[in-house]
Design a protein around this ligand. Structure first.
Ligand code: FES
Ligand code: FES
Length: 169
């Protein structure tokens, strides 16, 4: 406890220990209770692939996978990930072997400036894990939380179709 000029006392900020599997590696970290997963990744761990677009859950640029499910890292407190498995765009590839979704984005030229791309790819991997998209309209609807300011939507959709629908298109 410390005293303020008017005599009131304040409690020091207390960080919390968390343990998570991040991109396949066991990590033990100290985080402040208000630190978002996105700030933990970008500011503390130098994993800057996940982008801060709106910081309000509106754009999807910060999308990562928690236990295989897509989440907005800007709306997720780091302490909420204690015990979880978190995968970011940096952890999708297997060594030099890109994830099939990454390969599809390259093959379909599914990006322009690339700012939204890590979030698009992580979201698309989450979508594939969900198994709920069985046609183009469902892909578009279920990817609607990921915005692309460059308007590369048709190529993004094609890339995701390649992976999620395969030969069913
Ligand atoms: S930065 Fe998280 S949704 Fe926009
Ligand atoms: S490629 Fe530029 S925002 Fe999507």
């Amino acid at each position: 406890m410390s005293a303020t000029p008017n005599g009131a006392t304040t409690k020091p900020f207390v960080s919390h220990p968390i343990r998570l599997t991040l991109n396949g590696q066991d990590r033990q970290l100290q985080v402040l209770p208000w630190t978002t997963l996105l700030d933990l990744l970008r500011e503390q761990l130098d994993l800057v692939g996940s982008k801060k677009g709106c910081d309000h859950g509106q754009c999807g640029a910060c999308t990562v996978l928690r236990d295989g499910k897509r989440i907005n890292a800007c709306l997720t407190l780091a302490v909420m990930c204690d015990g979880a498995e978190v995968t970011t765009i940096e952890g999708l590839a297997d060594g030099d072997q890109l994830h099939p979704m990454q390969q599809a984005f390259i093959q379909r030229d599914a990006f322009q400036c690339g700012y939204c791309t890590p979030g698009q790819i992580c979201s698309a991997v989450g979508l594939a894990n969900e198994g709920r998209a069985h046609n183009t309209a469902q892909i578009q609807e279920l990817m609607s939380g990921n915005l692309c300011r460059c308007g590369a939507y048709s190529n993004i959709r094609d890339a995701i179709e390649d992976v999620v629908l395969g030969g069913d298109q």
